[in-house]
Design a protein around this ligand. Sequence first.
Ligand SMILES: [Zn+2]
Length: 379
Amino acid sequence: MSVNIGRILGIPIRIHWTLWLVFLLIAWSLAVGYLPATYPRLSATLDWIVGAVSALLLFVSVLVHELSHSYIAKKNGLPIARITLFFFGGVSEMTEEPRDAALEVRMAAAGPLTSFAIAGLLGAIWYVGRLTGFPDAVIAVLGYNALINAALGAFNLIPAFPLDGGRVLRGTLWQSSKNLLKATRNATRVSEILSLIMIAAGLLLVVTTADFVNGIWIIFLGWFIRSGAETSLRQTQMTEALHGVSVGNIMTRNLLTVTPDLTVQQLVNDYFLVHPHGGYPVVQNDKLQGVVTMGSVRSIPREKREFETVAQAMVPYERIVTINSTASAAEAMQKMAKNQIGRLVVTEGDRILGIVTRGDLMKTIRTRQDLGVSDTTFR
Ligand SMILES: [Zn+2]
């Protein structure tokens, strides 16, 4: 779906396939609509060249906008997994949320400020160019990109998640209330109201003026903001429900373990068909060797299960993801999400203490949300 195009500031930059579509769309709409209307002296060929160059420059601007978020994040020790450019613009994928309100505000505000700075710079060159007689084509590229960057900055300042403005709002509320959950809840409420207004405005536009393109675009943006806000709220609620809970509190101890010399068929007969677990740690001489799951069994063809051993089927120790029992449950949740797995082996050195699953986390979150427990310490 996405192609890697290199690294900047050590961050992998990727391009999503929808970007090519948008590139054509923007170049086309400029070449046949905006440019002939604004710069009638340009030839049709020049219209297309200016359209393509402007679209390209727009993507570079979006990338610089994203890099500004990433720069602040990295400088403050927050890892950025990658930046992906797609049809809505860019996303910087953070593997962790900011730890304090002031950092969240600074990180979010950097993007729109960068867009305004680019707009100002291009606008200044455009102004000088008009006075000193730059060619029309150059003036057109500068003028369009100054405008679009100003629009990009303004759009991102709308105080709705997941836009930068929404993060600035949440960070500001968080700073004054010192309560992340309350701040997220209030910021989400603002986002929902804004998204409803956008959806209503889009519908009104379609119904009254039959302007389908802009109407559907606004409805789509409203829906995008709404679902982004809900996801963000749910994530914060889950993290907050796990507040004060450590992996040691919720892990399963006294695990059933298996030995590596067992055949896969024996494993199926004596363990998977008898006990309700989805995986077993493989242990020999008290040392963890790996983990064998239903998936490991499925990877061995049925006719080979009599001969192959657990040692051959298991995920070996080097590849299993472990966590310390003193780590927070929220950290376990992040680790599972990052590695796209459902269980972590809880270890102390190479000694296995237990296992913690996504199910354990979900059960804890549900219980604590049901009982309205959030700030007390879990025992
Ligand atoms: Zn941004």
